[in-house]
Design a protein. Structure first.
Lengths: 789, 121
């Protein structure tokens, strides 16, 4: 991938994390946490989003992030106090920011009206005058003026920046006029030049700026003649290593604007005395700084040579000195040239050593004070070698993980086959081969578990989207809702996570829209006006359980029953337990609200939720207590890569029925089986008639049906809730199988969901129970014959 | 030998952006995600130039500047701070704390390399 695009992808990934951090920070703030670190973290998140957006020229995003950031900065600096109201606005702003990020990512647009009103709300938090001061005033069209932001996006490009327009510097002109040594040449001289007098102060060196580098930069602009004035250097015994004594005078030829020249001094201009004069073509005059132009000339060296000389000198006289003083050498002037004969070597050494000790002491103490732990860590790091900057996590393409998982799946199969071969070869269980194989089996299982753990992710990524949903739904239906989330770190396979979002969304909407009462109703019922919805995830028996619980009105059983009767879902005189009535809401076509609101679903009921959960191999149930609330629980397998199945045989084929579909198995009695229309069999199980499907015939393995009494009936429930009994010849047992996609390897086959490889190396088809049941219900003609695998 | 630049920024995007621009320009790049780690990495590995963000968790850019300037082994290491145009006061504060120079975000690679060249021998 283009590195730029790849960084952009990183940016959006990071945005997601930042938005999550921001939201959890804001939620904490909503609960009254006004700790400065919490506010800071939120600020940083928005700031980083803006920073990245700036690099990619995402202007809409920058514009909104800037306003948001400014408000947070006000809060950070204590000018804006945290209140419930403020937290609510900030939370809504975070939603809008997330929309902007999503829009920038997909290249789509954002809701302009919402952005404008959000910006207005944010500004409302800050008093008007201050907002003007901060440049947050919005213009009539609702868009903030670009210049008010002081944040001009520059798209990352390799183009050189355009030079700024030259400005007339009156001070420079005045000083030029006042400069006696500069001849008043015609300003239109053929080759114009700049005379720059550069006198660094000690502070400049303390900030690790170096004169030589500044001069080097200047030399890039044109031909330079540099002269060094050492007249400020004191006698050696008065020389301070930290002081600045030198002045450079530079004549820069070429037609450069003042802005260009000044730009070279950008980092140092506040720490030096700088005079810039525009001069004509008169090099000999510029050099005429000294009395007759001779004395300075003798001191003129390539400017960079001076610090080098001193470094060398210090290295010679104080070989044991730390590298720091040597590196800091430019901070000290070169040895004074006026009195070389008086050079007192001993004195110089003492001076140099003292200087280096001073450095060490002055510098050491604050570090020691800073943080002892930090030092220890630094040592540990140093010991760990150069790979110290490593982070504890790595990011890997999902593709790679999937490939690994597939390979491990193959390994498991291969290992099972090997075991079978060894068993068949008649080797003793205590033989070396058999023992080695046992170890291999353990190892394989461990690898399988570890690989599955790689794909496992906390459900947090789904849960974190829910607070926003709850806010929006609550606002739309005019209810007050507090969302409590538990078990966000419960881990589940990534493929499951991706598909959890819709059912959870639906259940939450349902809980708020139908479950909770309005604030007035709640208060009338002696509850607090704010309803509570709890979203929890937990592991139970190798499955993940997601619970959505509300403290609302509970299921109105008489009403549910009435609707079910009215819609013909149950008989008028049916005797149902409370539990059964509650579960009526999962029936297809059931909807307790007469007017379908756009909140709890686009005209779909809980049956859709149930079906999508069953598609994941899961189940859903409800418990409810009138006046106290309801609880939906759904349980799902932890992974979709392996499946618990019942291995059965039909027409000499080995097949696998997903355990999650199976209700029970039984041996049919002849008197329970009836033929309808002489062809379609039904079986009576506990006074209910369900279709009896001969699997061998349905899949086309044979034409003549199996006599029901010679086989086993497996009662299954499809995702749609339809039941049927699958007639097979025998049940072999229950086992975990690795799912192999048929679509990816062959093509889709009706009635077959996938395939797997059994321990003996044979391929077994996994039944698509839903398809089989639906087919039987529609009474469609038998599926045409297919080749057996 | 190529110069080593230590980049300290809590934003992964910014770190990658700096890394891309600097590696292309022939620098060796080492990274840290906050000020505390930045000082640790600097002490462990050393660097010819330090580029640091200002807003960071644990220790911000000002802390980095103070830490580097207080370390006898690295007090003369040039430090460039990443600022935005609007942070005039922050830039000034960074300068007072001892920053060698600054890079205005969003930067382009040419500007970045120029800033390094200005402060590194």
């Amino acid at each position: 991938m283009d590195p730029f695009e790849s960084i952009k992808a990183t940016f959006f990934q990071e945005c997601e994390e930042l938005l999550t951090d921001m939201e959890s920070g804001l939620l904490a703030m909503e609960q009254g946490d006004d700790d400065s670190e919490t506010v800071n973290a939120v600020f940083r998140a928005v700031h980083s989003v803006k920073g990245g957006a700036g690099a990619f020229g995402l202007e809409e995003l920058i514009r909104f992030a800037h306003v948001f950031e400014t408000v947070l900065d006000e809060m950070r600096s204590g000018r804006l106090a945290l209140s419930d109201e403020v937290a609510k606005v900030l939370l809504r702003a975070s939603d809008v920011l997330a929309d902007h990020v999503a829009a920038a990512r997909s290249g789509g647009g954002v809701d302009e009206g919402r952005t404008v009103s959000m910006i207005a709300d944010l500004q409302g938090l800050i008093d008007h005058e201050r907002a003007n001061e901060l440049g947050l005033n919005v213009h009539g069209d609702g868009s903030a003026a670009e210049e008010d932001f002081g944040f001009v996006p520059v798209v990352l490009s390799l183009d050189e920046p355009a030079a700024e327009a030259p400005e007339t510097d009156i001070a420079a002109l005045l000083s030029a006029a006042a400069e006696p040594s500069v001849a008043a040449e015609a300003p239109e001289a053929a080759t114009p030049a700049w005379k720059v007098i550069f006198r660094p102060r000690a502070e400049m060196y303390a900030k690790a700026n170096e004169s030589a580098l500044v001069l080097r930069e200047l030399a890039r602009l044109g031909e330079v003649e540099v002269s060094l004035d050492t007249s400020g250097v004191p006698a050696l015994d008065q020389l301070s290593a930290e002081a600045a004594y030198l002045t450079w005078t530079i004549r820069l030829s070429g037609d450069r604007s003042e802005a260009e020249v000044r730009d070279v001094f950008e980092f140092v201009e506040d720490d030096c005395d700088l005079t810039m004069v525009r001069v004509g073509d008169a090099p000999e005059r510029v050099a005429a700084d000294g009395p007759d132009g001779d004395a300075p000339a003798s001191a003129v060296e390539a400017a960079a040579a001076a610090p080098l000389d001193l470094a060398a000198l210090l290295a010679r006289v104080a070989p044991a000195a730390e590298p720091a003083p040597a590196a800091a050498a430019p901070a000290a002037p070169p040895a004074p040239s006026p009195a070389p004969a008086d050079l007192d070597v001993a004195g110089l050494i003492a001076l140099a050593e003292k200087a280096s000790q001073d450095h060490a002491q002055a510098a050491q103490s604050p570090v020691a004070r800073a943080d002892p732990k930090l030092d220890q860590k630094a040592e540990a790091r140093a010991a760990a070698g150069p790979a110290t900057a490593a982070t504890p996590t790595i990011r890997v393409d999902l593709d790679r993980v999937d490939r690994l998982i597939n390979a491990v799946g193959e390994l498991v199969i291969q290992q099972a086959m090997l075991s079978q071969r060894v068993f068949e070869s008649g080797l003793a269980r205590s033989s070396d081969v058999a023992l080695g194989l046992e170890d291999l089996e353990l190892l394989t299982r461990e690898i399988q578990d570890s690989v599955m753990a790689i794909r496992a992710q906390p459900v947090k990524s789904v849960f974190q989207r829910m607070p926003r949903l709850v806010r929006e739904v609550a606002e739309a239906v005019g209810k007050k809702v507090r969302l409590v989330m538990d078990g966000e770190n419960t881990e589940v396979d990534k493929t499951v996570i991706e598909r959890l979002s819709d059912p959870i969304t639906h259940m939450l909407r349902n809980a708020i829209d139908h479950g909770l009462e309005t604030p007035d109703e709640r208060e009338a019922g002696g509850k607090s006006a704010e309803g509570a919805v709890r979203l929890a995830a937990l592991h139970r028996g190798g499955r993940i359980v997601i619970e959505v619980q509300d403290d609302g009105r509970g299921i109105n059983r008489p009403r549910v029953r009435g609707i079910a009767v009215a819609k013909g879902l149950i008989a008028e005189d049916a005797v149902l337990s409370d539990d059964e009535i509650d579960n009526l809401i999962f029936l297809p076509g059931f909807s307790t609200v007469d007017v379908v609101s756009d909140i709890s679903g686009r005209g779909v009921g809980m049956d859709v939720v149930k079906r999508s959960i069953q598609a994941l191999g899961g189940r859903i149930s409800i418990t409810s207590e009138p006046g106290k609330g309801s609880k939906f629980s759904m349980s799902l397998p932890l992974t979709l890569a392996v499946l618990d199945g019942m291995v059965v045989s039909a027409a000499d084929q080995t097949l696998v029925a997903p355990l999650s579909n199976i209700v029970e198995s039984l041996t049919p009695r002849a008197e329970d089986v009836h033929l309808i229309g002489g062809r379609d069999a039904v079986i009576c199980i506990r006074d209910t008639f369900v279709p009896l499907i001969d699997v061998g015939v349905a899949l086309g393995f044979r034409d003549t049906p199996l006599p029901p009494t010679s086989g086993v009936a497996v009662l299954v429930e499809s995702e749609g809730g339809g039941k049927a009994a699958l007639l097979v010849e025998a049940i072999q047992g229950q086992r975990q199988v690795v799912i192999k996609s048929l679509e990816a390897n062959y093509q889709q086959i009706h009635g077959v969901a996938a395939a797997t490889i059994l321990g003996d190396g044979r391929v077994a088809l996994i039944l698509d129970v839903d398809a089989l049941v639906t087919t039987s219900r529609r009474k469609s003609p038998r599926i045409e014959k297919r080749m057996a695998v | 030998m190529s110069k080593t630049v230590l980049t300290i920024d809590d934003s992964r995007t910014m770190r990658e952006m700096l890394n891309m621009a600097l590696v292309q320009a022939g620098y060796r790049v080492i990274q840290a995600v906050d000020g505390v780690e930045g000082l640790e990495v600097l002490r462990a590995e050393g660097a010819d130039v330090v580029i640091t963000d200002i807003n960071m968790p644990r220790m911000d850019g000002f802390g980095v500047i103070e830490g580097v300037r207080a370390d006898p082994a690295h007090r003369a290491t040039p430090i460039l701070v990443l600022t935005t145009e609007s942070d005039a006061t922050k830039k000034e504060r960074a300068r007072c704390a001892g920053a060698t120079g600054w890079i205005v975000k969003p930067f382009n690679p040419a500007k970045l390399v120029e800033a390094i060249r200005r402060v590194a021998a």
